[in-house]
Design a protein around this ligand. Structure first.
Ligand SMILES: C[S@@+](CC[C@H](N)C(=O)[O-])C[C@H]1O[C@@H](n2cnc3c(N)ncnc32)[C@H](O)[C@@H]1O
Length: 272
C-alpha cells in the first residue's frame, strides 16, 4: 500500500490548493470522471446511491459534492428529497444548481441529527483530520439515517502508476522515475471501513472492480494531467512527463491494440 510522504500528505489536504487550483473549476475532476466511460462493467454510481437511499426521507446533504453528479441525479430521481450540496471550493460549486453552499466537512452548518442521509463521495482523503470529519458526519446524520462514502483501493489503477514511473524515468534518464502523487492513498478502501466503524455501528462495503480499456491515449493523458494542481510534488517536470507518457501509450496501443487499466473502488454504507 502506498504511504504518502508528509509533503504529499500536506499537499493533498491543503485547502488553498484544493479550492484555489485543483477544484477551482470542474475541468480536472471532469477529466478524471470521464475515464470511467471506458470501464467495464459500467457501474451507475449515482443510481446505486439513489437505491441505497430508497428508505430515506427529508433532507440529504452531499458534502464535497464537486460538480454535482450526485446532487443532480438525486434531485432528478428523488424530487421528494431536499438535496443540499456543500463543498469547500466556491469555483466548482458555480456550475451546480442551488441550493449549494461553501462548507467544510469538519464544521458542517447543520443541526445535530438533521439529515436522513449524508454523502461523502471520493472526498475524505482530502481532509486533514479524517476521524474529525467522520465524527462531524455522524453528528448530523439522524439516528435512523445513513452515511454513504466512496473511495479507491490502494490497488486501483496500478498501470497508470507504472506508466508515470516509466515516463518520469525517461525524462530523468533513469530506469524508473519517482512515483506520482496518489490522492486516495490517505483513505484507501482497505482502511475505510475501520475508520468509519469508529463512529458507525454497521458499515457495509460494496466493491466495484473493473477494467478500463482505451484505444486512444487522450482520455488517459487527460486523467494524468488532471493532477496538475500537484505538479510541484512530482520531483520531475510534469508536462514533459505527460508528453513522454503519451508517446509510450501511442506505441503500446499500436503494438497491442489497446491499453488496459485495472480499477478497484468502493462504496461504504454506514449506519449508527
Ligand atoms: C474528488 S472530488 C469528488 C466530487 C464528488 N463528490 C464526486 O464524487 O464526484 C473532491 C471534492 O471534495 C471537496 N473537498 C475537499 N476537501 C473538503 C472539505 N474539507 N470539506 C468539503 N469539501 C471538500 C473538493 O473541493 C472537491 O470538490
Amino acid at each position: 500500500m502506498t504511504e504518502l510522504s508528509a509533503a504529499h500528505d500536506a499537499a493533498v489536504t491543503d485547502r488553498n490548493r484544493l479550492a484555489g487550483s485543483a477544484y477551482s473549476s470542474d475541468r480536472d475532476l471532469a477529466a478524471r470522471q470521464a475515464l470511467y466511460e471506458w470501464k467495464t462493467p459500467r457501474y451507475d454510481l449515482p443510481g446505486m446511491v439513489a437505491e441505497q437511499l430508497s428508505e430515506v426521507r427529508g433532507r440529504v446533504v452531499d458534502i464535497g459534492c464537486g460538480n454535482g453528479t450526485y446532487v443532480q441525479r438525486l434531485r432528478r430521481d428523488r424530487p421528494d428529497l431536499a438535496v443540499l450540496g456543500l463543498d469547500i471550493a466556491p469555483g466548482i460549486l458555480a456550475g451546480v444548481p442551488a441550493p449549494v453552499a461553501v462548507a467544510d466537512v469538519t464544521h458542517l452548518p447543520l443541526a445535530t441529527a438533521s439529515v436522513g442521509a449524508a454523502l461523502a463521495m471520493h472526498m475524505l482523503y482530502h481532509v486533514p483530520h479524517i476521524p474529525r470529519a467522520v465524527g462531524e458526519l455522524s453528528r448530523v446524520v439522524a439516528r435512523d439515517g445513513l452515511l454513504v462514502v466512496s473511495t479507491n483501493s490502494a490497488r486501483d489503477k496500478p498501470e497508470l502508476d507504472d506508466l508515470w514511473q516509466r515516463a518520469a524515468g525517461d525524462v530523468l534518464g533513469t530506469e524508473r522515475g519517482p512515483a506520482r502523487i496518489s490522492l486516495s492513498a490517505r483513505f484507501p478502501l482497505e482502511k475505510a471501513s475501520a475508520i468509519l466503524g469508529e463512529e458507525f455501528g454497521r458499515v457495509d462495503t460494496i466493491e466495484l472492480p473493473g477494467t478500463i480499456t482505451v484505444h486512444d491515449p487522450e482520455p488517459v493523458i487527460a486523467h494524468m494531467a488532471s493532477c496538475r494542481a500537484w505538479a510541484d510534488q512530482h520531483d520531475v517536470p510534469f508536462e514533459a512527463t505527460i508528453e513522454r507518457a503519451r508517446t509510450i501509450l501511442v506505441d503500446h496501443i499500436a503494438q497491442h491494440g489497446a491499453f488496459e487499466i485495472t480499477c478497484l473502488g468502493g462504496i461504504l454504507v454506514c449506519r449508527h
